[in-house]
Design a protein around this ligand. Structure first.
Ligand SMILES: [Zn+2]
Length: 63
Protein backbone atom coordinates (compact mmCIF):
# COMPACT_ATOMS: atom_id res chain seq x y z
CA UNK A 1 0.00 0.00 0.00
CA UNK A 2 1.19 3.47 -0.74
CA UNK A 3 2.54 5.13 2.34
CA UNK A 4 0.25 8.09 2.68
CA UNK A 5 -0.81 7.36 6.20
CA UNK A 6 -1.30 9.80 8.98
CA UNK A 7 -2.73 9.78 12.46
CA UNK A 8 -5.54 12.06 13.45
CA UNK A 9 -7.86 12.44 16.38
CA UNK A 10 -11.39 11.94 15.16
CA UNK A 11 -14.71 10.95 16.68
CA UNK A 12 -15.40 7.22 16.56
CA UNK A 13 -19.08 6.24 16.66
CA UNK A 14 -18.19 2.77 17.97
CA UNK A 15 -16.04 3.99 20.84
CA UNK A 16 -18.39 6.94 21.26
CA UNK A 17 -15.35 9.09 21.88
CA UNK A 18 -12.61 10.92 20.10
CA UNK A 19 -9.85 8.46 19.37
CA UNK A 20 -6.73 8.25 17.25
CA UNK A 21 -7.45 7.18 13.71
CA UNK A 22 -5.09 6.05 11.00
CA UNK A 23 -6.06 8.01 7.91
CA UNK A 24 -5.17 7.02 4.39
CA UNK A 25 -6.22 8.08 0.93
CA UNK A 26 -6.77 5.28 -1.51
CA UNK A 27 -8.19 4.96 -4.97
CA UNK A 28 -11.14 2.68 -5.30
CA UNK A 29 -12.78 1.53 -8.47
CA UNK A 30 -16.39 2.45 -8.59
CA UNK A 31 -18.74 -0.39 -9.36
CA UNK A 32 -20.25 0.39 -12.74
CA UNK A 33 -23.81 -0.25 -11.62
CA UNK A 34 -25.50 2.84 -12.95
CA UNK A 35 -25.79 3.91 -16.50
CA UNK A 36 -23.49 6.87 -16.33
CA UNK A 37 -20.59 5.45 -14.35
CA UNK A 38 -17.60 4.40 -16.35
CA UNK A 39 -14.72 2.59 -14.76
CA UNK A 40 -13.61 5.58 -12.81
CA UNK A 41 -11.33 5.42 -9.84
CA UNK A 42 -12.39 7.70 -7.07
CA UNK A 43 -10.23 8.78 -4.16
CA UNK A 44 -11.56 7.61 -0.82
CA UNK A 45 -10.49 8.79 2.56
CA UNK A 46 -10.23 5.72 4.75
CA UNK A 47 -10.03 6.12 8.49
CA UNK A 48 -9.43 3.30 10.94
CA UNK A 49 -9.86 3.65 14.66
CA UNK A 50 -6.73 2.47 16.40
CA UNK A 51 -8.72 1.60 19.50
CA UNK A 52 -11.54 -0.61 18.21
CA UNK A 53 -10.37 -1.17 14.65
CA UNK A 54 -13.53 0.11 13.03
CA UNK A 55 -12.87 1.58 9.61
CA UNK A 56 -14.87 3.95 7.53
CA UNK A 57 -14.42 5.23 4.03
CA UNK A 58 -15.82 8.35 2.53
CA UNK A 59 -15.41 9.56 -0.97
CA UNK A 60 -13.26 12.59 -1.51
CA UNK A 61 -14.78 15.10 -3.82
CA UNK A 62 -12.19 17.13 -5.61
CA UNK A 63 -14.48 19.46 -7.42
ZN1 LIG B 1 -13.24 3.17 17.87
Amino acid sequence: MAGDLSLRDEPCPVCDATTTHAVAIELRQECPDGDNSAYSREPYRVTECTVCGASRASRVRSA
